[in-house]
Design a binder for this molecule. Structure first.
Ligand code: SRM
Ligand code: SF4
Length: 585
């Protein structure tokens, strides 16, 4: 057992947060609160505000953060603001490179918690000393230069270095070590990306329409809106301290078509583009959707719409309202919905208008469609709104990527398209602006042997979270098993339509089990009386215009292919009209 493991054990035993290396200046914890500061600052805690997460909190929020019932993460933030990780990470990298100290001896809260504000997630349980680095990729748009940088960031880690497309159309790099973190962060900035404010109590990756700008059915291009929102919220990727101490994570998305690709119903804040009778495109606002171990709930209408010019001030105000008024007690009751419910929808809306300096928020725009709408499958080749150009959607099985994949995607995007791609919440990749005449040669590229443009009817809708390969919460393996299971099912069954299967390793539901036609969620199971890795099964998730969350259908299913394949086969036959393939004699 190394010194890190020993201290983790002590921490869980005693909940103590001792800092062995208090001599390391950058990682020293802040001084305790004092009331003896004689200077004029209006609040007694301002004496250490540079170090404390209390800096931007008004009196009432400070009281909540300091309350003895505040959750343990509030205490970590009061001790030292997560935003300090934005400078600590550079000094820490330097110290480790110099060989003056070891990561194992660093302050546990800095390593395991605060580094997440810089986007570094210690995978201490599965791969001690290795970090997952979560980026921000607004609207999932990446260019060839960025893709090549991502390849170069993970290549040095050999077998440990891989990456994932996430369920928020984002990228996570794996195998990263702290001595390298500073140069990777600088490299990200140079290509216009960042890892800052991607974890802990921050706004997550901003999602939009993955085919924005080329989609014949979009009401508005979500990319410039999300880019502006990103740069406003996160100070162009360098971190915005004012928003470093929210009560909890916050998911925000903008939807611009009836397909609702970014799932407004499961985001804390969803902006739904609608056309007003006068022709202007504005956004109906829905709030409060989220998944967690204890509660899964769809968003509710906020009872207002915002114009394009109100979008950023509204979002900024919403963050301030959440920061200043949000609950900081039981961690399971701190998502935005709890605040909305506590104050009531009307009062919440009034607070937002007040924080916007008394803005007028118009009522929501009533939308009525004569015709039903089938949510589109965007994999494959599709004509764009620009004549003669196409987007090409390719399936990345369960979102797992390697250095060579990034390089190859960059090369294909440059050779046949405009050098950019989009990644999706379904963990796939879309090439855009491909001229008709280039399609045949493009589709013959070896990349599409691995990342198929026309995958099977199960693989095309497969989504899987990280699972217990890297995630300490994981109760089950997800990605590799998910691919094997659907491949076996596709071999055995004829399907009348695509069925979306979502694997998630635990009830946090990062893999969104409740939105799948079929959802599998890591859970305990027994086999021959012995505890084994297993899943719960959910059925009936609907996405798009009339969303519904899937309901629990079965539990305690052992996570063995020999059990899962027949169980899912039975479900696909009974509920989705699948038929056994006739094997030629
Ligand atoms: Fe998640 C925590 C991975 C999307 C709900 N999520 C985690 C952590 C950070 C836990 C940890 O420290 O190990 C996981 C990191 C594992 C790893 O090594 O990758 C993790 N979440 C993911 C990703 C990578 C899953 C994936 O394979 O795609 C997704 C990253 C999104 C991104 O780019 O930012 C991811 N997580 C989600 C989603 C889906 C979404 O946003 O649409 C959800 C459900 C929606 C929601 O948040 O309401 C989700 N993750 C959670 C929760 C439960 C939140 C709660 O309120 O309780 C946790 C636990 C927590 O925050 O305490 C969590
Ligand atoms: Fe980890 Fe659970 Fe999220 Fe999967 S659902 S990434 S296992 S926290």
């Amino acid at each position: 057992m190394n010194s890190y493991q020993l201290r983790v054990q002590q921490r869980s035993a005693t909940s103590s947060r001792a800092c062995r290396k208090s001599a390391v200046r950058v990682l020293a914890t802040a001084a305790p609160a004092t009331t003896s500061n004689p200077a004029p600052p209006p609040h007694p805690l301002d004496g250490f505000k540079e170090h404390s997460g209390l800096k931007y909190l008004p009196e009432a929020a400070r009281t909540r953060a300091l309350d003895k019932k505040a959750n343990k993460f509030e205490k970590v933030k009061v001790e030292k603001c997560g935003s300090r990780a934005w400078t600590d990470v550079f000094e820490l990298s330097h110290l480790l490179k110099e060989g003056n100290t070891k990561w194992e001896d660093m302050n546990l809260d800095d390593i395991d918690i605060r580094m997440k504000w810089a986007g570094l997630f210690h995978r201490g349980k599965r791969t001690p000393g290795k970090f997952m680095m979560r980026l921000k990729v607004p609207n999932g748009e990446l260019d060839a230069k960025q893709l090549r940088f991502l390849a170069s960031a993970i290549r040095p880690y050999g077998a440990d270095g891989c990456a994932d497309i996430t369920t928020r159309a984002n990228i996570q790099l794996r195998g990263v070590t702290l001595p390298d973190a500073d140069s990777i962060i600088k490299g990200l900035w140079e290509v216009g990306l960042t890892s800052f404010q991607s974890g802990m109590d921050s706004v997550r990756n901003l999602t939009g329409n993955p085919i924005a700008g080329v989609d014949p059915h979009e009401l508005i291009d979500t990319r410039p809106l999300l880019r502006d929102m990103e740069s406003m919220l996160f100070n162009d990727g360098k971190g915005r301290e004012e928003f470093a101490n929210l009560p909890r994570k916050l998911n925000i998305c903008i939807s611009s078509t009836r397909d609702d690709f970014p799932h407004t119903h499961i985001n804390d804040v969803g902006f739904e583009a609608v056309r007003r009778p006068d022709g202007e495109v504005v956004f109906n606002v829905v709030v409060g959707g989220y998944f967690s171990i204890k509660r899964n709930i769809m968003s509710i209408p906020l009872g207002c719409s915002v114009t394009q010019s109100q979008l950023l001030p509204f979002t900024e105000a919403l963050l301030r309202v959440f920061r200043d008024h949000g609950p900081r007690g039981d961690r399971q009751q701190t998502r935005l919905m709890w605040l909305v419910e506590a104050v009531g929808v009307d009062k919440f809306r009034e607070l937002l208008a007040e924080y916007m300096g008394g803005a007028e928020l118009a009522p929501p725009v009533h939308v009525h469609h004569e015709q039903p709408w089938e949510r589109r499958d965007i994999l494959g080749v599709h004509p764009q709104k620009q004549a003669g150009l196409n987007w090409v959607g390719a399936c990345v099985p369960s979102g797992r990527m390697h250095a060579a994949d990034f390089d190859e995607i960059a090369a294909v995007a440059e050779k046949y398209g405009d050098g950019t791609v989009r990644i999706t919440c379904e963990e796939n990749v879309i090439f855009v602006n491909v001229p008709d005449e280039k399609l045949p040669a493009m589709l013959a590229e070896p990349l599409f042997q691995r990342f198929k443009v026309n995958p099977g009817l199960l693989l095309r809708g497969l989504v899987a979270c990280t699972g217990n390969q890297f995630c300490g919460f994981g109760l089950a393996e997800t990605k590799a098993r998910a691919v094997k299971v659907v491949e076996a099912l596709e071999e055995q069954l004829e399907l009348p339509r695509a069925v979306r299967i979502h694997f998630t390793g635990c009830p946090n539901s990062c893999g969104q089990a409740q939105v799948g036609d079929i959802g599998l969620m890591g859970a305990p199971a027994k086999l021959d009386g012995k505890a084994v890795e297993g899943y719960k099964i959910f059925l009936g998730g609907k996405i798009g215009e009339n969303p519904e969350l899937a309901k629990e259908f079965a539990q305690g299913i052992p996570a063995l292919e020999s059990v899962l394949v027949p169980k899912l086969k039975e479900i696909l036959i009974n509920e989705f009209g699948a038929k056994e393939k006739v094997v030629a004699a």
